[in-house]
Design a protein around this ligand. Structure first.
Ligand SMILES: [Zn+2]
Length: 244
């Protein structure tokens, strides 16, 4: 039996037997982990409030060979989100992020970029809850990118011509972007404004992206939400559960 220690974001938990829980978290050094927290539902337990969803913790766990479920030994809070527990939109938004992380991340595969990006999104929306929607769009774009599903925003997948600044391009069913000629106008049109907005996610932190998004038109925001929704739906082969 091996013991590991890592930073982790608690995403979700399920009751197990009388006093235990299965907790799902995204860890920095081992990716998505499912673990048993024994006795955590007893009044006095060693985990306290550390297993509340969206808490950033320092986690120590045991892992047995050939078992997907690990055992939590110790969980210390690094950053809690108690202050947001009365904000229903934030909780819905964070649950949505948690669900997508669970859907997209293969278990036990570390992805430091994904961990840092998710953490930065939780932080940005916690700091400025009014920017939640923009942070969710940023999260979706980066999740698709880090998992290899975001198409090349610069050139046509077919003719490899660089898209010109004012060109309308088309997203095909295969999640690739094509110029008008190659697509023959088939697929979902992606406006120039949306392309510019999408590309700003590449350079900015979620907080800075969200700040800039306040100046972006409602139409472009709607278009972005529709596009990421379609892309995620196609990757998952179903529509995301809850969404803002
Ligand atoms: Zn083309």
């Amino acid at each position: 039996m091996a013991v590991f220690e890592t930073e982790a974001l608690i995403l979700r938990s399920y009751n197990l037997a009388e006093a235990d829980k299965i907790v799902v978290c995204l860890s920095r050094s081992a990716g998505l982990i499912r673990g048993v927290a024994k006795g955590c539902r007893k009044l006095k337990n060693r985990f306290g409030a550390a297993l509340e969803p969206f808490t950033l913790v320092n986690l120590t766990y045991y892992e047995k060979e050939h078992q997907e479920l690990v055992s939590f030994r110790q969980v210390e809070i690094l950053k809690s989100r108690f202050n947001l527990s009365s904000n229903a939109s934030i909780l819905t938004g964070f649950s949505y992020i948690g669900d997508l992380l669970i859907d997209f991340s293969p278990p036990h595969q570390a992805n430091d970029n994904l961990f840092r990006m998710a953490l930065a999104c939780f932080e940005a929306a916690s700091e400025t809850p009014d920017d939640l929607e923009a942070v969710l769009r940023y999260f979706e774009v980066w999740l698709l990118k880090l998992e290899g599903f975001l198409p090349d925003l610069r050139m046509c997948v077919n003719c490899h011509n660089t898209f010109s600044a004012d060109e309308v391009i088309y997203l095909g069913l295969d999640l690739s972007l094509r110029c008008y000629e190659c697509s023959q106008g088939r697929g979902s049109a992606v406006s120039k404004q949306l392309r510019t907005h999408l590309r700003t996610t590449e350079k900015l932190s979620p907080a800075t992206f969200a700040e800039g998004a306040r100046e972006v038109s409602i139409d472009t925001k709607k278009e972005m939400a529709e596009l990421t929704f379609q892309m995620i739906g196609r990757v998952l082969e179903r529509m995301p559960r809850v969404r803002l």
